[in-house]
Design a protein around this ligand. Structure first.
Ligand code: HPA
Length: 271
């Protein structure tokens, strides 16, 4: 895999010679628009990056944007790869590993999620403090890649405390309410059942979703600092009176765009 990753890095470098990102930004369902706000941008469709997977999920453009945002050099993944698309978790993490090898030391990751805890209603932003992943394999399964990290990486400080502190200050300054809590990973693509959500709540989940954790594990393995946000797009299964739908998720993402991008840009400025 390291040779494929290096080839991917080389094909990105060929399109943006000398560009070394400070922050890798992964944008979730309906949140890809932030990539369009980059200045001096070079945009590369995933299909034009050697060995890169292609995203098939709704609301995921499938482009890498290299440019500047919030005063930082950023590499923005407009769209990610999910286990539910048929990829294994190592493939889900492929983009983040590529951007690490391109030079990014920080990962800012976002997703659309269902709210489990009280107060986590549609439109609310959650700063991820920790995660729970009991399902499907680790993206690190198989031969270790020593160029990236160690065989048995610790996950105790995965969501970098200093970055979370800066995020809280940024939200305060902008007067945007910011919750913090635990994101629980489900493989999808079906939404959870009400019983699964009750179990998740008992286990300590504040929000649930189908992404992010594979990338975060790979980023932590590779020594990246990590800041994660969930945009709560719906109350989780059983906590609302109608069936969940992808449209509801995308509609909330669309409505909350303004606040969400303000917060992300401010966090980049403060990093
Ligand atoms: N569950 C899982 N993934 C999600 C949800 C949800 O309720 N909302 C948005 N993504």
């Amino acid at each position: 895999m390291i040779n494929q990753l290096r080839a991917s890095v080389a094909s990105i470098q060929a399109r943006a010679p000398g560009f070394v990102p400070e922050v890798a930004l992964v944008l979730g369902s309906g949140l890809g628009f932030l990539g369009d706000e980059c200045q001096n941008a070079v945009s590369i469709p995933y299909g034009e990056i050697g060995h890169f997977p292609v995203s098939t999920a709704p609301g995921h453009a499938g482009r890498l944007v290299l440019g500047e945002l919030g005063g930082k050099r950023v590499a923005v993944m407009q769209g990610r790869f999910h286990y539910y698309e048929g990829y294994d978790t190592a493939t889900a993490a492929y983009g983040v590993r590529t951007l690490r090898l391109l030079g990014a030391k920080t990962l800012l990751v976002t997703n659309a999620a269902g709210g489990v805890s009280e107060g986590l209603e549609p439109g609310v932003i959650l700063n991820i403090t920790d995660h729970i992943k009991f399902f499907d394999e680790s993206p690190l399964r198989g031969e270790n890649i020593p160029e990236l990290g160690t065989r048995f990486p610790g996950m105790s400080y995965t969501y970098t405390p200093e970055l979370r502190h800066k995020a809280r200050l940024a939200a305060q300054e902008l007067n945007i309410p910011l919750y913090s809590g635990v994101y629980m990973y489900f493989p999808g693509p079906q939404y959870e059942t009400p019983a699964e959500i009750r179990a998740a709540k008992t286990l300590g989940a504040d929000a649930v979703g189908m992404s992010t954790v594979p990338e975060v594990i790979a980023a932590a393995h590779a020594g990246m600092e990590i800041l994660g946000f969930s945009l709560i797009c719906n109350m989780a299964a059983g906590l609302q009176t109608h069936e969940l739908s992808e449209q509801e998720v995308l509609d909330t993402a669309e409505k909350s765009k303004g606040q969400f991008s303000q917060l992300i840009i401010k966090c980049l400025e403060e990093m």
